[in-house]
Design a protein around this ligand. Structure first.
Ligand code: PBG
Length: 326
């Protein structure tokens, strides 16, 4: 050893010293738990690709939210899952009336006023095409889609959602929703935009549980290519200009560099969505004995935090609540 004899192992000598020097902390208050709502009563359904995650009818979802709340998780991201698929024309009608999603939003906020309720705004779970926008002449028409998406967002805001979370990756989406909300006096509703959402293989299990796979083609004309990072910065920049309150990067683990770059460049809160495939990857690996689940979860969450995310959206939020209480 040379002089000065710098020994970093001094920093790791005991658990107490390691605790003293800890740089990043996980707090349950920064976690958001995604939940899936279906129409009807007394329904709890699972899919093989996402063990431990269910879609619930409203009556059972309430129980789930209670359990989540007791574990210290105070924010949820709601996905309405429709078994009926609508033609592009019908979909607008569906949203101009009350429906099982808007009814549930009202009830959730009634029963749990202190829950921060974010609602995903997209069309892919409702369209016959399974695409995130409205189709005209065989292409997904950006501006036509904006009109419908903005009305969907407004219907959720009217029902009491604290945050609307548009995930369709249409250009001008945040601006158009902000305008719709402001003109209708919903200036207090936050927009958490899925700003840099990649066309990812990691959404597979979600599409099973949300029944939202595209019926033809893929999402590559609107979601981002995994090779690009400068483009992600432009996506985020535009969403900020258009009035986003929170920007999201999604998925999380394969895009930690994007979270890191965004953290250095922008000053607003960053959410990272650790998506269904990231969840299932850990679940299946630990169920087979290849990984220690608890340690893997904490390690992954710390990596996302270290990269610079303020909010982490994860299907592990309940487990994390338990782990942090231990
Ligand atoms: C809908 C949407 C998707 C996810 C969130 N909102 C799927 C997709 O774009 O196909 C994925 C979430 C996950 O995989 O956990 N646009």
């Amino acid at each position: 050893m040379g002089y000065p004899d710098t020994r970093l192992r001094r920093l790791r000598k005991s658990p107490e010293i390691r605790n003293l020097l800890k740089e990043n902390f996980l707090s349950i208050s920064n976690f958001m738990y995604p939940v899936f709502l279906i129409d009807g009563r007394d329904r709890k359904e699972s899919v093989e690709t996402m063990p431990g995650i269910y879609r619930f009818s409203f009556d059972l979802l309430i129980k789930e939210i209670k359990e989540v709340r007791e574990l210290g998780v105070s924010s949820i991201l709601l996905f309405g899952v429709s078994e009926k698929k609508y033609s592009d024309r019908e979909i607008d009608k569906f949203y101009t009336k009350d429906n099982f999603i808007t009814d549930s939003i009202k009830e959730i906020k009634n029963k749990f006023p202190d829950i921060v309720l974010a609602v995903d705004v997209c069309l892919c779970g409702f369209t016959q095409s399974g695409h995130c926008g409205i189709i005209k002449n065989k292409i997904i028409d950006n501006d036509l889609s904006l009109k419908v998406i903005s009305r969907v967002a407004l219907s959720y805001a009217k029902s009491g959602a604290d945050i609307v979370a548009p995930s369709a990756m249409m250009d001008g989406m945040v601006g158009s929703i902000r305008k719709e909300l402001d003109e209708n006096d919903f200036k207090e509703t936050l927009i958490m935009s899925y700003s840099a959402k990649y066309a990812s293989s990691f959404y597979g299990p979600f599409r099973d549980i949300a029944d939202s796979a595209p019926s033809f083609g893929d999402r590559k004309t609107y979601q981002m290519p995994s090779s690009n990072s400068l483009e992600a910065m432009r996506e985020i920049e535009l969403d900020i200009e258009e009035g986003a309150d929170i920007v999201m990067i999604k998925p999380a683990l394969p895009y930690l560099d994007i979270i890191c770059k965004a953290r250095e460049r922008f000053n607003l809160p960053i959410a990272a969505y650790s998506v269904s495939g990231e969840y299932s990857m850990v679940k299946f690996a630990s169920n087979s004995g290849a990984l220690d689940e608890k340690r893997a979860i904490l390690e992954i969450m710390e990596s996302i935090k270290r990269a610079g995310a303020n909010i982490i959206i994860t299907y592990f939020a309940k487990e994390i609540g338990k782990l942090l209480n231990e």
